[in-house]
Design a protein. Structure first.
Length: 131
């Protein structure tokens, strides 16, 4: 018998715990092209991901108490986070030009032009061009 409460819809917010909040916020704003929202929490930088009413679904934040990122091994291993960018090729070129490690070079997939990069903390993010 299922006793879970009805109405759960799945993930509606993702945040990466990072070593240097300012550097990660700059990376996602300046290089990846996300729009930073006004600061409401000194422990996090939240970005608009577009969509309905300027949906906010992504942030970088300082680690939760008791979390030692340096002892965690490969951050984000086993989790896939995807960002939509209609001009994935231009984003790829910008990241390559900035020396960002590319984990998977662009290829055509059912999701359009698709590639993956590694952020400053080692999280792998996949970008796709088709909505």
């Amino acid at each position: 018998m299922n006793t879970a409460p009805a109405g759960t819809t799945g993930p509606d917010f993702v945040s990466f715990q990072v070593r240097d909040l300012a550097a990660s916020a700059d990376f996602y704003e300046r290089l990846v092209g996300l729009t930073r929202l006004p600061a409401s929490n000194p422990q996090a930088v939240v970005f608009s991901t577009g969509g309905a009413a300027g949906a906010t679904a992504f942030a970088v934040r300082v680690p939760f108490p008791g979390v030692d990122l340096d002892a965690a091994g490969q951050l984000g291993a086993g989790i896939g986070v995807w960002f939509h960018q209609p001009d994935a090729a231009a984003l790829h070129a910008r990241l390559v030009g900035a020396g960002v490690p590319i984990v998977q070079e662009p290829f055509e997939s059912p999701f359009g032009t698709t590639f993956s990069f590694r952020d400053p903390d080692g999280y792998v993010v996949t970008v796709h061009s088709k909505a």
